[in-house]
Design a binder for this molecule. Structure first.
Ligand SMILES: NC(=O)c1ccc[n+]([C@@H]2O[C@H](COP(=O)([O-])OP(=O)(O)OC[C@H]3O[C@@H](n4cnc5c(N)ncnc54)[C@H](OP(=O)(O)O)[C@@H]3O)[C@@H](O)[C@H]2O)c1
Length: 328
């Protein structure tokens, strides 16, 4: 990604990859994820993006092809996953060994990568932040996206009812994953949620931010938790990319301080590195048992990365878009 612009600005470049040094591992990438973060990066709006030019790519699954001195727990041929934040849209990468998690060989790499960032995000928000209980009801914004589709399924597995907001064209997908869809573009979402749950919901997962965050807070039942995890509404905003976080974090802090039994917090997937492997392994176990569907919309080779990013940028994707190696 050389600079800001549309999805067509992506360039494929070749460069020599250094050998794996001490405590590093070289990986041949088999699958990498496309996510909303790259849609933000295209506009220079992702809060933690590096300077241009850089190689995007939030996560990957691949096979170890070389290990540097000092790496004892990963052998050549082992399949691994990593959350990279940037850098995974590549044929080969060299990463610190500590970033790699062994994953099963018998799972499809594209299915596996679809749950690396999104599965861990969904699981941690549900079980470590909101601590949902059977019989509860939650509201999932962005239900049709990569995170949203997994959030709904993990909630259903925990015997939690889900109301999910999405564009109308994606309501069949939301319904098929066991949730009640609402159209955030045309429905009065707070009124509709109140009709469905007069006492409010036990958790709201909000990646939108902006003025609607106050609605998310007001929809909480006593004891409920607002989990804010993005500012999708600020995609086209002007000014510094961190500015939208100022009112958002101020509101969360204020609401958290009110002694009314409700909680409000911001979640970031790198918050608990010590739990990453356990949580990914737990989600992969559900995938292996066929209990979750990765809802992959499309698998594209590296040479078609611009088309894939366009699909996400134009909001035509349902579920996850995955980059796969040319030979898979
Ligand atoms: N905090 C963290 O650690 C963390 C980790 C992962 C992801 N995230 C955030 O989670 C969100 C989803 O990521 P993803 O990769 O799953 O995205 P994705 O697959 O591209 O899906 C995006 C979803 O957001 C919805 N959406 C986009 N813009 C919206 C807006 N202005 N208002 C309401 N809904 C909107 C889309 O709805 P329709 O297509 O139905 O219109 C779609 O369901 C992003 O905001 C991302 O930054 C945060």
């Amino acid at each position: 990604m050389p600079h800001t612009g549309g999805p067509n600005i992506l360039q494929k470049r070749k460069r020599d990859l250094p050998p794996a040094k001490a405590d590093e591992v070289r990986v041949r990438v088999e699958a990498a994820g496309f996510s909303f973060a790259e849609v933000q990066m295209l506009r220079g709006r992702y809060f933690n993006q590096p300077r241009f030019p850089f190689v995007p790519g939030y996560d990957l699954v691949g096979t170890v092809t070389d290990v540097g001195p000092g790496v004892s727990d990963l052998a050549v041929g082992k399949r691994v996953a990593a959350l990279t934040e940037t850098g995974s849209w590549a044929e080969n990468v060299v990463l610190p060994a500590e970033k790699l998690v062994p994953v099963p060989d018998n799972l499809d790499p594209a299915d596996t990568v679809a749950v690396v960032t999104n599965g861990v995000t969904a699981r941690q928000m549900l079980h470590r932040v909101a601590r949902v209980q059977p019989g509860q009801t939650v509201l999932v914004h962005g239900a049709s996206g990569g995170v949203g589709t997994l959030l709904m399924q993990l909630a259903r597995i925990a015997r939690v009812d889900v109301i999910g907001t999405a564009s109308a064209s994606k309501h069949d997908l939301v319904r098929s994953l066991g949730a009640t869809p609402l159209d955030y573009r045309t429905d009065d979402v707070p009124a509709r949620v109140r009709e469905l749950e007069p006492n409010g919901v036990d958790a709201v997962f909000d990646h939108v931010g902006g003025p609607g965050l106050a609605d998310s807070w007001r929809l909480l039942a006593p004891g409920g938790t607002l989990v804010s995890y993005g500012v999708a509404s600020a995609l086209e905003a002007k000014g510094h990319r961190l500015l939208p976080f100022v009112p958002l974090l101020a509101r969360l802090l204020l609401w958290k301080a009110i002694p009314n039994g409700r909680q409000a917090t911001f979640y970031y997937v790198q918050r608990w590195p010590q739990h990453f492997e356990d949580d990914l392994t737990a989600v992969l176990a559900l995938l292996a048992k066929g209990q979750i569907d990765t809802a992959i919309d499309r698998r594209v080779p590296l040479s078609e990365a611009s088309d894939a990013l366009r699909l996400l940028d134009s909001r035509r994707a349902s579920g996850k878009v995955v980059l796969v190696s040319e030979d898979s």
